[in-house]
Design a protein around this ligand. Structure first.
Ligand code: FES
Length: 186
């Protein structure tokens, strides 16, 4: 299906200098990069719930600056795509996972591109706390990853649960690289 459109984009200041972007996709496929330019179409928001159940979304990674996180809605769930900084990647890779409640290496949480290479700068995950489903806040918590304010779960820069009641790491959705800059989730 190709008659997709993106209906809503907004920014969410998390601190004085950084912004998240949210895009709610109404179609089976949505090009997030293109959507970044065009805000509008809020009038179509009502359609979103009907159409979100199915389909996949395409995300243009080249539109996400280092240190920024894109949020998209996919099948009714937020998907986070974070363009991680060098420091965030190093921290994620150098973590002793034997200390983690749900041990996974950072590499295990990445999907290789079409050349078989991992792209650790881009972390893609379902932005839902594995405790009771709240949406964690980015660049927060004791591990500088995500923090869920509902009951105090701390996730690291790989989205792994490190402290608090959540039992599992944030989920990695199924995705593939369409080309060097674009991934398709779903
Ligand atoms: S829902 Fe996130 S800590 Fe409970």
């Amino acid at each position: 299906m190709s008659d997709s459109s993106t209906t809503h984009a907004t920014t969410e200041p998390e601190d004085g200098s950084k912004r998240d972007f949210i895009f709610l996709a109404t179609g089976a496929t949505a090009a997030a990069g293109a959507a970044a330019i065009g805000w509008p179409l809020v009038a179509q928001m009502g359609k979103a719930a009907d159409t979100l159940a199915a389909g996949s979304i395409e995300i243009d990674l080249s539109k996400i600056a280092v240190g920024q996180q894109l949020k998209m809605l996919w099948r009714g769930k937020p998907v986070f795509v974070r363009h991680r900084t060098k420091a965030e990647i190093e921290t994620a890779e150098n973590t002793d996972i034997s200390d983690c409640p749900d041990p996974e290496t950072d590499n295990e949480r990445l999907v290789p591109d079409n050349n078989g290479n991992l792209r650790p700068e881009f972390l893609v995950m379902v932005g839902v706390c594995t405790h009771f489903g709240c949406v964690p806040v980015g660049e927060a918590g004791e591990f500088d990853g995500w923090y869920c304010p509902c009951h105090g779960s701390h996730y690291d820069t790989s989205g792994r649960i490190r402290k608090g009641p959540a039992p599992k790491n944030m989920e990695i959705p199924p995705y593939v690289f369409v080309n060097e800059n674009v991934i398709k989730v779903g």
